[in-house]
Design a protein around this ligand. Structure first.
Ligand SMILES: [Zn+2]
Length: 92
């Protein structure tokens, strides 16, 4: 085991794979709620960032399954609202 296992604070949630009988083994961080949660259970994930990743993820949806990459790209562009577009511009 890597690191300092005796000092490690585990994530307090239970895994779905074990039908909520086994505790998650990841390193936990203290949340505002007072519970220790890992990066997977703490809501830290922001989803796919790059365009390729977003297309790959959206391809799993039924109504985009048989579309080409360009059609999926157009669908993503149609979903981007003006507000989120301005946010993107301001961050760059
Ligand atoms: Zn966890």
């Amino acid at each position: 085991m890597v690191g300092r296992p005796l000092k490690k604070i585990q994530c307090e949630s239970y895994t779905r794979g074990s039908k909520f009988t086994k505790q998650c083994l990841c390193k936990g961080y203290l949340k505002k709620s007072g519970f220790y949660r890992c990066k997977f259970h703490g809501g830290a994930s922001t989803g796919p960032k790059s365009l390729e990743g977003r297309i790959k993820a959206l391809r799993n949806l039924n109504f985009l399954k048989n579309k080409t990459e360009e059609e999926v790209q157009q669908w993503i562009k149609s979903k981007i609202t003006e507000v989120s577009y301005r946010k993107k511009l301001s961050t760059k």
